[in-house]
Design a protein around this ligand. Sequence first.
Ligand SMILES: *[C@@H]1O[C@H](CO)[C@@H](O)[C@H](O)[C@H]1NC(C)=O
Ligand SMILES: *[C@@H]1O[C@H](CO)[C@@H](O)[C@H](O)[C@H]1NC(C)=O
Ligand SMILES: *[C@@H]1O[C@H](CO)[C@@H](O)[C@H](O)[C@H]1NC(C)=O
Ligand SMILES: *[C@@H]1O[C@H](CO)[C@@H](O)[C@H](O)[C@H]1NC(C)=O
Ligand SMILES: *[C@@H]1O[C@H](CO)[C@@H](O)[C@H](O)[C@H]1NC(C)=O
Ligand SMILES: *[C@@H]1O[C@H](CO)[C@@H](O)[C@H](O)[C@H]1NC(C)=O
Length: 306
Amino acid sequence: MITHYMLSVCVFLIQCLVEGFSLPRLENVTIDSYNLHNVISWSALQPLDNTTLKYVVQYKHRDTDVWKNYKGCAPTVDTYCSFLPQHPYVNVTLRVQAQAGNQTSPWSQTQPFMGHVQSRLGHPNVTLTPVDLHSLQIEIDPDANLRKLYGDALKYRVLYGKEHEAFRTQRDLPSSVIINSLEAGVKYCFQVYYVIYPDMRLGNNASESCVTTEESEKESMFRIACLSVIVVVLSGAFISGCIFVTIQNYSRVKDALWPDLSADPWIQEHDFPKIPNDRSYNNYSEETWDRVSLIIENDNYQGEES
Ligand SMILES: *[C@@H]1O[C@H](CO)[C@@H](O)[C@H](O)[C@H]1NC(C)=O
Ligand SMILES: *[C@@H]1O[C@H](CO)[C@@H](O)[C@H](O)[C@H]1NC(C)=O
Ligand SMILES: *[C@@H]1O[C@H](CO)[C@@H](O)[C@H](O)[C@H]1NC(C)=O
Ligand SMILES: *[C@@H]1O[C@H](CO)[C@@H](O)[C@H](O)[C@H]1NC(C)=O
Ligand SMILES: *[C@@H]1O[C@H](CO)[C@@H](O)[C@H](O)[C@H]1NC(C)=O
Ligand SMILES: *[C@@H]1O[C@H](CO)[C@@H](O)[C@H](O)[C@H]1NC(C)=O
């Protein structure tokens, strides 16, 4: 163990002497790739003095042995850099080095990387629209980068079935299409993955959505008829209930709507000679509708001499 450690130190010192490295090796050099958006990143070094640390990235294709600077990552102060191989099937290795003035670190190298194999693939955006009784349109909106880099090899694996049932049908579609032979008025659920031909590499997850196909005219007429009957029956019951309650409580309702004005102290306090005297001892139950409405409607009592 100790000899192993000492050996590493010796190798490092010899490297320093021979190659002039004076910064420590960069650690945690990793590549993260999602939908072929590739990012290489590494852990930052602590600068020893005021000189700015910059990082340089180089790449090498599998069949060539020549390292080239990756210009997209022109010496950077960040601890990550996006890189885009022109093709998802390019097998590329990268390496990164820290530079500060004329001091450099040893190169840290990644594992070989091939986007088609290593990139995680999300899922396309999907919109479902009913077209008619037995068909609906499935509109698929893929990631622009995937579409550009894969072209026609990028297809969409669509699984669907009725809600709460297993996905029965599977089809690989080249683009947005109309799906036929569905049942009318039924809710269908869809899962859509990316699938890349010819080796059928599948996306890592799917979009999930559901839609209900249109109802046939007969079914919707029947439903409307049922709803109308229910509405008519309910309103009938409600109105009869109201009438019944009103009849039962006629006098109380009348009290509430047309209170006995003679009981109002405001009226008693003032001298209203034109209000008929007999009003105060009028038997309420014998009062007629005409009389009540006459009092309410006449603001100045001028016409009421009866
Ligand atoms: C490398 O990553 C590990 C785990 O994430 C972390 O503990 C370590 O500090 C990192 N190395 C550097 C030099 O930051
Ligand atoms: C480091 O830079 C700061 C300002 O950026 C300066 O004040 C300081 O003197 C510098 N130190 C050295 C050792 O160069
Ligand atoms: C890339 O090339 C290396 C050898 O240079 C090989 O080991 C690796 O398997 C290749 N990667 C892929 C995905 O083919
Ligand atoms: C780095 O540059 C300084 C002057 O800026 C010089 O003194 C030193 O010898 C150089 N070191 C190497 C390893 O070239
Ligand atoms: C699909 O996977 C990606 C990463 O692999 C994740 O960011 C995203 O949230 C996932 N989407 C769903 C719907 O699970
Ligand atoms: C899906 O839609 C969301 C929100 O509109 C958008 O941010 C995202 O980029 C879209 N994804 C794809 C693959 O088009």
